[in-house]
Design a protein around this ligand. Structure first.
Ligand SMILES: Cc1cc2nc3c(=O)[nH]c(=O)nc-3n(C[C@H](O)[C@H](O)[C@H](O)COP(=O)(O)OP(=O)(O)OC[C@H]3O[C@@H](n4cnc5c(N)ncnc54)[C@H](O)[C@@H]3O)c2cc1C
Length: 420
């Protein structure tokens, strides 16, 4: 076994969007010290575990040129979302403009990594961080590549290791609650019929997607990403549910009759909500590992990427000012929470309440949403920060009064969700 020492001032674990955004920011300005990214997979962005549905204006949070991204990696643009109740009745939210993009996630991650590389960051692909230890004033990383072991010493560490957050757990930091990482399976199909290309479809109901939803995301007028995620409250057999969704759902089955499956992905949809503590001495946690995703939908690219940038800026300042890092890392947490915590925490509460809801309540919610112009209310909310908008909508007198008889069920559901 060969042992070498590489030393780095700033090291990032994980080359997803949060990690590459952190690396890029860390290397801005006059910093000449090395910034390293360690990624266990040999290819950036692979294996894919994403539907690639991204709020386009949210890409500004990643400091990416929207028009350029749209041209290069966006297959399709979306302006409407259709919510389909267990009784197959539906409500549509039309945002009036193409606010979402269906992107190629491998390309998005590669663009973010290339930008960081051009800024001077060093990527070590196919290297897995097996263990981290804090020693005096630096972190020691035990890195494995096939049968080789390497030790790396780094003054600042940014952990962007995704949902499982094994390294965070190993040093006693809180991690996303495993009960709220929902197993998902998604297929890409060619030859899907009756696709409305500017509309995503979300299917609710215990029979097909208990605790979460099934989705159809059009890539063009005949191809779509179709998937299901389920809550662990209802078991682990995602494969059975996706199979039933495809073969039995009356609104879907006839449309994929002759469709051909071209790709398959899986993953854990991050709906746990933000973790309580995202820093340690000389260390910051970003992205899914910090629960920086929307517990309502599982979307985490824009918010995690933005928080990655905040951690990168913090790391750079620590190195440039030769400053004690403790307060700075604590400040990173204060900063990202000041941007996102009210929304993310409210989404977490909503998810805890929505997941155990029985079908009858879903049917009523969709009926009320239709009667009370939810569409008009939510049309202008920020897609990445929609929880406060939803709360305002539910507190409007009309919706509040109309929903009064759902309160006992909602309270029971919330208690059940909170006890999981
Ligand atoms: C089915 C599904 C659909 C989704 N759809 C959407 C969507 O449409 N829109 C959206 O915004 N979000 C979506 N998400 C969520 C989104 O994928 C995540 O929020 C996002 O990828 C988080 O980015 P990240 O950089 O924090 O983590 P990741 O993208 O998971 O990156 C973490 C990286 O760290 C690496 N790593 C982990 N441990 C180590 C280690 N010990 N050593 C070295 N490398 C390591 C991993 O290999 C990985 O590359 C979806 C998720 C799932 C599962």
């Amino acid at each position: 076994m060969k042992k070498t020492n590489i030393d780095s001032d700033i090291t990032i674990i994980g080359a997803g969007p949060a990690g590459s955004c952190a690396a890029w920011e860390a290397k801005q300005g006059e910093i000449e010290k090395p910034v390293s990214i360690i990624e266990e997979h040999p290819q950036i962005g692979e294996p894919v575990h994403c539907s690639g549905l991204i709020a386009l204006n949210g890409l500004q949070k990643l400091k990416l040129p929207i028009r350029d991204i749209e041209k290069k990696i966006c297959y399709n643009k979306i302006r409407r979302a259709k919510f389909i109740a267990p009784n197959f009745k539906s409500i549509e939210i039309d945002r009036g403009s193409n606010s979402m993009g269906v992107v190629d996630r491998v390309s998005l991650d590669s663009i973010l990594a290339e930008r960081a590389r051009e800024a001077g960051c060093d990527y070590y692909l196919g290297h897995r961080v097996a263990k981290i230890q804090f020693e005096k004033n630096h972190w020691k990383l035990h890195i494995k590549k096939k049968n080789q072991s390497t030790l790396l010493r780094s003054r600042i560490l940014i952990s962007a290791e995704g949902t499982r957050a094994r390294l965070s757990a190993s040093i006693g930091l809180p991690t996303p609650d495993k009960n709220w990482l929902f197993p998902a399976i998604q297929y890409e199909f060619e030859g899907v019929q009756n696709l409305e290309t500017d509309c995503v479809e979300l299917y609710f109901g215990r029979k097909y997607a208990p605790g979460f939803f099934g989705w159809v995301i059009p890539i063009n007028d005949e191809s779509a990403r179709i998937g299901v995620a389920i809550s662990r409250l209802f078991g682990r057999k995602t494969r059975e549910f996706i199979s039933r969704f495809l073969k039995k759902h009356p609104l879907l089955k006839p449309r994929i009759h002759n469709a051909i499956k071209t790709q398959q992905y899986g993953g854990l949809v991050p709906v746990s909500g933000p973790v309580n503590r995202t820093f340690h001495t000389n260390l910051m946690v970003v992205g899914d590992a910090a629960g920086q995703s929307k517990a309502t939908t599982g979307g985490g690219v824009n918010i995690g990427g933005f928080c990655g940038r905040l951690a990168g800026i913090t790391a750079r300042k620590i190195i440039m000012d030769d400053f004690s890092s403790d307060n700075r890392c604590r400040n990173y947490e204060k900063l990202w929470k000041s941007y996102f915590e009210p929304n993310l925490s409210l989404m977490k509460l909503l998810r805890r309440m929505l997941t155990p809801l029985p079908d009858e309540t879903w049917i009523k919610i969709i009926e009320i949403a239709k009667e009370t112009d939810m569409q008009g209310f939510l049309k202008h909310t920020d897609i990445d920060l929609h929880a406060i908008g939803l709360l305002r909508y539910s507190l409007t007198p009309r919706v509040f009064i109309r929903s009064l008889n759902l309160f006992p069920q909602a309270a029971t559901s919330l208690l059940r969700g909170l006890s999981v």
